[in-house]
Design a protein around this ligand. Structure first.
Ligand SMILES: *[C@@H]1O[C@H](CO)[C@@H](O)[C@H](O)[C@H]1NC(C)=O
Ligand SMILES: *[C@@H]1O[C@H](CO)[C@@H](O)[C@H](O)[C@H]1NC(C)=O
Length: 339
């Protein structure tokens, strides 16, 4: 996809979030890196239970550490300083004959947005609060839960997960997978913006982070338990659902036909933490503008996402790139349905 199209789509997305006027943000636009059963956060060193669509630094591997991510030689993303890896479960089309076709993954946009603020006794809004810090070096985190097949709108973590159907009669944002047809879909995962200030990971890859205590999943004042606000990280993963012939239903790789189990993984691999920290201050002329220091180009990347090959080859397995599969990789039964 052209960077122009990415930007157009990104701009559209911003308007659809409950945006507070004056939010500052920048985006990172990435091409696909690999589609495989790797997940160095949840299943390090093992084959994951399901296939992921992965973007970012070329050091992605089953055992990848954040230090290895930082040391990557290149990235599929348009910000040359960003060797992070971004992933979500891959999307499939379950045909009416029961076979599974991979849906063309087009890449993602990762947003870094000023939305949350630190806990302080008595603070009820972010009006005069200090700006959030950048995601700390070494941060690993997960948002969403692959086991969910029902929706609880009172659960802030579930509100952070949704899809957007673009171009078609089912256009719009919803907590489920959309019914086809949609020209494209965007799988959206918003991460918790509040950090405990100490741990860059935790056993469940979630409890070192929290959603705001005042506000909603996408902004507000952090809780006392997780007092440090970071730039909010939000992913949009894009799929070409318009190319699907004889549409039946969409399922995520973990066997989820509802979409409630959509989740995202973030492995921080920025090569220059200081520039990440001050990036938004230098984005004169608007987000993602040429004035933003992140767009300055060590290594000659002219601000466009590029195709790259991971240094460590993906586990040898057909994930559907050679034609329809009888089963989802990992043999995940399909459960859940769109209500
Ligand atoms: C829905 O989520 C809220 C907030 O987490 C929780 O208090 C409530 O028990 C949940 N309801 C159900 C039916 O699980
Ligand atoms: C990364 O890859 C792009 C596209 O192939 C290339 O133009 C660029 O020089 C590479 N960057 C480095 C640091 O090797």
């Amino acid at each position: 996809m052209s960077p122009q199209l990415f930007r157009a789509v990104a701009a559209l997305a911003i308007c659809l979030c409950p945006v507070v006027q004056g939010d500052r943000l920048f985006t990172v636009n990435c091409q696909p890196l690999t589609i495989q059963r790797g997940d160095p956060i949840v299943s390090p060193g093992q084959i994951s239970s399901h296939v992921h669509a992965v973007t970012g630094g070329t050091n992605f591997a089953l055992t990848e550490t954040n230090e290895q991510a930082v040391a990557a030689k290149n990235t599929t993303c348009d910000k040359a300083l960003d060797n992070s890896n971004y992933w979500q479960p891959q999307l499939y089309h379950e045909r009416s004959d029961g076979k599974f076709e991979i849906v063309k993954f087009e890449g993602n946009v990762a947003y870094y947005i000023e939305r949350a603020c630190d806990y302080a006794p008595g603070r009820t809004n972010c009006g005069d609060a200090p700006k959030p810090i950048a995601p700390p070096q070494g941060l690993r985190m997960v948002t969403g839960n692959p086991f969910l097949r029902t929706y609880n709108s009172s659960d802030i973590a579930q509100r952070a997960i949704q899809t957007f159907c673009l171009d078609g009669p089912n256009e719009g944002e919803r907590p489920t997978l959309p019914r086809l047809p949609c020209g494209r879909i965007r799988a959206e995962t918003f991460f918790p913006s509040c950090w405990d200030g100490k741990n860059v990971d935790s056993d469940n890859h979630k409890s070192h982070m929290a959603f705001p205590a005042i506000g909603d999943y996408n902004g507000g004042v952090c809780p006392e338990s997780h007092p440090t606000a970071i730039l909010s990280v939000f992913f949009e993963f894009f799929y070409d659902t318009g190319a699907i012939q004889n549409p039946n239903r969409l399922v995520f790789a973990h066997g989820d036909a509802s979409g409630y189990g959509l989740h995202g993984d973030y492995l921080q691999g920025w090569t220059d933490q200081d520039r990440l920290e001050t990036a938004l201050d230098t984005c004169e002329g608007g987000p993602d503008s040429a004035g933003c220091s992140l767009a300055v180009l060590p290594g000659g990347k002219a601000g466009s996402p590029s195709a790259q090959v991971p240094v460590t080859p993906a586990p040898e397995e057909d994930v559907g790139l050679n034609g329809p599969l009888d089963k989802l990789p990992g043999d995940n039964p399909v459960t859940g349905e769109i209500p």
